[in-house]
Design a protein. Structure first.
Length: 121
């Protein structure tokens, strides 16, 4: 548990949030920028997510939700479920832009019950 949440948000809420803002799911690895986020669907997922935040943090992050706040919320939620939001700077049409991509927190996600064997030589 972090200092942001009362309890860990379930993966269902993250999946709803991602589908509403334009992703196919948590494993969608497309590169996107702030301009690509659909934030007109906030009413569908924000009231469900807000009760998981501590009251002082909810006031800060849910008072005015814009695309930058959505990126921040994604950065908060993804690590609970084994993912992270990676940011890159790209030049596009003469302007520097920040683009984002969802990655697994570990380089290779392990399947359930997969055995890990380490050999020392």
């Amino acid at each position: 548990m972090t200092k942001l949440f009362r309890e860990s948000p379930p993966i269902d809420i993250l999946t709803i949030m991602l589908s509403e803002i334009g992703f196919t799911g948590i494993t969608d690895t497309k590169i996107f920028s702030i301009e690509d986020i659909k934030y007109d669907t906030i009413d569908a997922w924000a009231p469900i997510l807000e009760p998981y935040y501590l009251p002082c943090k909810a006031k800060r992050y849910f008072d005015v939700i814009d695309p930058r706040r959505i990126i921040t919320l994604l950065r908060h939620l993804l690590p609970f479920h084994g993912f992270k939001l990676q940011s890159y700077e790209r030049h596009y049409q003469g302007k520097k832009r920040t683009v984002y991509q969802i990655h697994p927190a570990t380089p290779r996600m392990l399947a359930q019950g997969e055995e890990i064997r380490v050999l020392f030589l």
